[in-house]
Unconditional design. Sequence first.
Length: 175
Amino acid sequence: DISFNNNEIRIDSLKVNAGKSEIGAKGSLSGLRRALMGRGAYILDLDLSSGRMDANELLAAINAGASFTPDSDKKEMEEASDAEFLQMVIADSLEIGTPQRLWVVPADLNANISLTAKDISYAGLEIESIGAEILMKERCMQILNTSVNTNIGAGRFEGFYATRSKKDIRTGFDL
């Protein structure tokens, strides 16, 4: 259930299946009018959950989308089934030399995100469960109270990532 008004988008329940992953969300995005007029920030309050996630597949799709150009293999992509297209994206992203793109935290987004997930695959690592709080404000992201249980052990994590400009990027963590 998603509802809209002139200043807020509210998600009461959203389930997305993408490849081998299933993700659920509920929350709100407000401050739309002020942000669109350049006089304020978007305010995101979101709870994300997942019972199964293939992070390799999702990151491959994100990287492929970021580097997509309309003329690149257009005919082949248009004729491919969803499963074939997904395999093409994964193969492209796993090529040696594929750079990971810098992610810039938006300046006009203030976010409070809660994450709980189970059964996550990422580059040979099997994550049984993970929980975290993510805060974003003024081109900075802080990850708090992260706990993770994996096939190689358990851990706790806190960190920050700041992208004030292309030349002023900072990060730090406590593991």
